[in-house]
Design a protein around this ligand. Structure first.
Ligand SMILES: Nc1ncnc2c1ncn2[C@@H]1O[C@H](COP(=O)(O)OP(=O)(O)O)[C@@H](O)[C@H]1O
Ligand SMILES: [Mg+2]
Length: 297
């Protein structure tokens, strides 16, 4: 569905993207994850045809060069910086973006209503965007990206600046879009939601892809051991010397690929646990082990 080949983009001396290549299949949810400044927004702006690359090629739905209007119609983008008109109503915004992408008449009426209902703003359609919370504005930004019913959806930090209720609604929206075959690229410096949603993710650092795979395989390959926190029923008196980690009072912390082995050994020796918590490695650990630093931002 999407082919990206050897994209380069600089802003003056600042290299934003350095030889970016990847493919996204039809119906796939693809994460573009990395710290602030990694080049995610630049990549999405190139994919949406809002910027032209210095070199390299993008094909979307077999159409070349998204700076061409005919190619751009295949794409909806919910930008990181909200592109909404505060002095227009939600509905006027949705209709404006629909017309921008070449739809009109009954189709525009129908699609605008659907998009507003979809993001849970059907009843607020007549209200000015100026009065909207951050979460409502984010949801309207998504509706505006969907009005022309594009097969490809680009989401740039789609959870930025929102409340818990809007986050839950948006997660539901993304799951629905994914289930109905929409191709999604999800760019964020926050890994959690993308981790749950995306079939594959590319980790981006300083304009380059440093890893690209399913979340499962990335974590299995680079995630390292799980972090385990055990609360004993009472401070252990004779902890076996071959146990990993540190004991402080009744709390034992250690890292292990196989925590159950240690826990069952202690349990067999008659030690009682009040609680056991296993923090499995995630994309954060993968990013850390590949770059030697946190994901920042
Ligand atoms: N219009 C611009 N002018 C100058 N530098 C830019 C511009 N847009 C992005 N950059 C720079 O390109 C790099 C990548 O930025 P961006 O794509 O916004 O990253 P991300 O979305 O991952 O935070 C950063 O160093 C940023 O400062
Ligand atoms: Mg960005």
């Amino acid at each position: 569905m999407i082919q990206v080949r050897s994209l380069h983009k600089s802003f003056g001396a600042q290299v934003a993207l350095d030889n970016l290549s990847f493919d996204v299949d039809a119906g796939e949810s693809f994460g573009l994850l990395g710290p602030v400044g990694a080049g995610k927004t630049t990549a999405l702006h190139l994919l949406a045809g809002l910027l032209a690359p210095d070199s390299g090629e993008i094909t979307i739905d077999d159409a070349p060069d998204p700076t061409r209007p005919a190619t751009r119609r295949h794409i909806g983008i919910a930008t990181q910086a909200l592109t909404l008109y505060e002095d227009l109503t939600a509905e006027q915004n949705a209709r404006f973006f629909g017309r921008l992408y070449g739809i009109s008449g009954a189709k525009l009426d129908q699609h605008a209503s659907w998009a507003l209902e979809f993001v849970g703003l059907g009843e607020r359609r007549g209200e000015l965007v100026r009065s909207f919370s951050g979460g409502m504005a984010r949801r309207l930004n998504l509706a505006c990206a969907l009005v022309h019913n594009p097969p490809v959806l680009l989401l740039d930090e789609p959870m930025a600046g929102i409340d818990a209720q809007s986050r839950a609604l948006l997660l539901e929206n993304f799951r629905h879009l994914k289930a109905h075959g929409r191709t999604i690229i999800y760019a964020s410096h926050e890994f959690g939601d993308a981790e749950a949603l995306c079939d594959r993710v590319a980790l981006l650092a300083e304009g380059r892809i440093i890893a690209l795979d399913t979340v499962e395989d990335l974590v299995a390959g680079y995630g390292g051991p799980a972090q385990v926190t055990v609360e004993f029923a009472s401070p252990p008196v004779d902890m076996p010397a071959d146990m990993p980690g540190d004991v402080e009072g009744a709390t034992w912390r250690f890292f292990s690929e196989d925590p159950l082995a240690y826990l069952s050994q202690l349990s067999a020796e008659g030690m009682a646990f009040a609680s056991v918590r296993v923090d499995a490695p995630g994309l954060h650990s993968v990013f850390q082990s590949l770059t030697g630093r946190g994901q920042g931002g």
